[in-house]
Design a binder for this molecule. Sequence first.
Ligand SMILES: Cc1ncc(COP(=O)(O)O)c(C=O)c1O
Length: 461
Amino acid sequence: MTDWKNVTDAIDEYVASLGERSVLPGLSRDEVRALVASFDFARPMTENDAIARVLEGLRGGQVHTPHPRYFGLFNPATTMTSVAADALVAAFNPQLATHNHAPFAVECEAHLVRAFGERFGYSKDDADGTFACGGAEANHTAIAVAIARAFPEVAERGLRALDADPVIYVSGEAHHSLEKGARAAGLGTKAVRRVAVDRSLRMRMPALKEAIAKDRAARLRPFLVVATCGTTSAGAIDPLSEIADVAAKEKLWMHVDAAWGGFAALVPGLRDAVRGIERSDSITFDAHKSLSVPMGAGMFLTRHKGALSQAFGVHADYMPKDQSRDPYASSLQWSRRFIGLKVLLPLSVLGWEGIEQTLARFVALGARLKEKLSANGFVLKNDTPLPIACFVDGAREDGASGKYLDSAARDLAKNARAWISMTRIGPNGERVLRACITSFHTTESDVDALVDGLVAARARI
Ligand SMILES: Cc1ncc(COP(=O)(O)O)c(C=O)c1O
């Protein structure tokens, strides 16, 4: 019998002790390898022994993303309600390929898709979508759907059905999954135009229009523009309304990659920042980036019913004839777990209002972070209402060099138990430190400790 108490006690202990831990992995690479090698499948061990080794590995063998001082990539701390949801899904194991196999789960996801579509400004009657394992899959889905809409002949004959190459437009700061998606869709990465950005790292409209005109003159076939709402490095939000105008005029599918930044649509004070998203044809939104749920909760949303089945509907004798409500016919996946439950359960308990409160707190902590950085001689290099700061050290001559920034991030992890990353932004790939609020365990004093830690690092380096 599985000793569940042992498991839940370990989870409780992990969460309770998070703040006292180092944010970095405690085990060295060699220790991790030795621990993994101790799983000798020729010599079965007891379940408690195996779980104890797994716990040792999880405690010591990862960057602790739920840590209150993890100011890193978009990896949140998870609420226990969402963890419970994932455990229930694993135990009941509904198969979401078809409606008739798991009507409750399929209807829950459809309910969520409509609810989120509405929050982004789609009408309840139009909103459609599918859950995905993450933003990369959702972006790939967007490319597949946009191809199916623009070039229906490709479904059977592939890209050779076209007399000219299709083209996609994304900002210079867009996520790399769009290039991967273009590659996987058979378009190749050369089909992706990286449009120049302005000083705020937002797609430049004149550059977009010029690129489209140039491609049309070369008899290429522009079909998709992807706006990013919250870029990975700097949280920049492309000018969504203006991109919607261009997309309408040029008859392009407009996709918004709002994998992280889409949460702004759920915070009244930020809604202006994402105005225009409601005019998009489709949206990527990852609940696992901003809504404090476990990974693997991506969403592709669209306001065009039937668009997904145009891309993914297929027929085989062993599949149900009526595919209209079957997830497999509107998704890249066939067998699929009940992804939506880890979103539905916490949302049902907290309500939009509860979610909004947490997100508004993230935004307030982000504002405090930016203020404190500026007050302490750091120079902000990004411009976004979202809780993410890109900066260099203005109090040091070498404060923008990669070597210095790297040393600062390392010093911070060692001495202040805080994790931040280094990234590059803008057309010249300027190096910056990047700190983002992602954990609901983070408090004002953690933000202060981050800035104090950077100031202390400045003196040590
Ligand atoms: C803007 C953006 N889009 C897409 C993705 C990919 O999302 P996922 O990691 O869920 O596949 C990311 C990941 O950070 C992202 O920042």
